[in-house]
Design a protein around this ligand. Sequence first.
Ligand SMILES: [Zn+2]
Length: 212
Amino acid sequence: MESHGPRYTSRCSVCGNPARIFLGSTSYCLNCYNRLSDYLAGVATPTNDSYQILALDSKGHTVEFSVERYAFGTRSIWTAIEQISPDDPRKGEGYVGRSVSIAVDARRMTQEEAYDALMVKVQRLVGHASMRAVPIALGESGETSAKVGGRALYANETGVARIEITEQGEKSVIVDGQRLSAQQFMDMLSCFEGFDLCWQMRDASSEPPEWL
Ligand SMILES: [Zn+2]
């Protein structure tokens, strides 16, 4: 269920924007918090903290991301978050969008280098399809697939799934921006019955695997 109330109840004590970081009794928006953190760590604050990235998916469609930074000490996590319009019909089918992160140490990488690294990682992840969808109306029986919103989803040979526990406490994975339940994930993989599944866990902000 989506909440219709304000997402953030408190205001940034510096600029009055909605607060996202709470330190003791003081609240900050992300930008003001980052500036404070950069100042305390003695590193330069990026001149452009928020920007957009466009990437092409495996079908050549443009996917738009907005980027935000979260600083702690000299390190920052830069995250590109897919922008989904509020009336996107996929939202009702569990489409939550993709997010791609990198970790950057301000002493080793400039802001421009961080942008470039994030852009490369976004394009690598977005350009690789981890699953394929076939409309069930095309006569697809879909027995070895996950059925989501009139589509049969089949795993590709290689893929990436972000493991996430929902606010309701349900274990799920996000594949190509689509949230799948544990059962749906298994259904999607079942087209490879008899194969071995090898897995490797990676921190969301670490280097993507070579095959991406
Ligand atoms: Zn602020």
